[in-house]
Write a protein that binds this ligand. Structure first.
Ligand SMILES: [Fe+2]
Length: 252
């Protein structure tokens, strides 16, 4: 059985379209999406439509999808640069996705557990307890242990950190599929994972897919997306953009 594991498109439909083409060549039996379909990129509605067109086994809610459950709270105002960016991205997305799509995002499940062949598997956006916990590729074994609930679990799949990796934890494999729309691991190609199951055996491919980054930036400009400089920085360098862009702003 072959599973495609995809995550973190963040409104970058140009990258997502390239990954969809690559997935079709891989002919998976099932697809799971691990959250953060929208926000930070120019085409949130297109990304929602692409996700649905793939008919995934499950779509899990990410922390940015979760904004549509409760954000911004009455009386809330941004208190730092990152929060200002988030608010502008949220307002931009609210103008581009329907109320029905916002309700759909807000009601996505936050976890999925199932057996693939004979492999008990748990799937999350960030962790079993949170949509925002960060477990990096260089996590300790104790930190990797926070990513499962059931001791029988042999495979954990998660997204959120935008940094693809495979780790052997205590008694289970831990796989992060990376980000399609905004990788932060220094490789600016879109990232996802293919997992092959054969009874109890697991084989993982971390796939990287080149796409037209210039086209994605032009789309953002055509849409008058706010904070294009941060988006452009992230796409070109595949690095977390917000600190660097702010520094360059204050320097000029
Ligand atoms: Fe994300």
């Amino acid at each position: 059985m072959r599973l495609a594991v995809i995550s973190d498109t963040h409104g970058n439909a140009t990258a997502f379209e390239a990954v969809v083409r690559d997935i079709k060549n891989q002919s998976p039996d099932a697809i799971v999406f691990l959250g953060d379909i929208v926000m930070r990129g120019p085409q949130p509605g297109e990304c929602i439509k692409l996700v649905k067109s793939l008919q995934p086994l499950s779509v899990i809610r990410g922390n940015y999808d979760n904004r549509f459950t409760r954000f911004p709270k009455p009386g809330w105002t941004p208190s730092n640069y990152k929060q200002e960016l988030v608010l502008r991205a949220f307002e931009y997305d609210c103008e581009r996705i329907s109320k029905e799509e916002q309700v759909w995002l807000a009601n996505l499940p936050t976890e999925l557990s199932c057996n693939f062949e004979e492999v008990p598997t748990e799937m999350y956006h960030a962790s079993p307890n949170s949509l925002v916990d960060i477990v990096y590729p260089w996590a300790t074994l104790d930190e990797l242990d926070t990513l499962h609930k059931n001791e029988q679990t042999k495979l954990v799949l998660y997204g959120h950190v935008h940094h693809a990796h495979v780790r052997q934890g205590r008694g289970r494999l831990v796989v992060n599929c990376g980000s399609i729309g905004l990788p932060f691991d220094g490789d600016n190609r879109a990232s996802y994972a293919i997992v092959d199951f054969n009874k109890k055996d697991i084989a993982v491919q971390l796939r990287r897919v080149s796409y037209d980054i210039e086209k994605a930036i032009i789309r953002a400009k055509e849409c008058n997306m706010p904070d294009i400089d941060a988006f452009e920085y992230a796409l070109r360098r595949a690095r977390y953009p917000y600190d660097s862009v702010k520094r360059s702003h204050s320097a000029t």
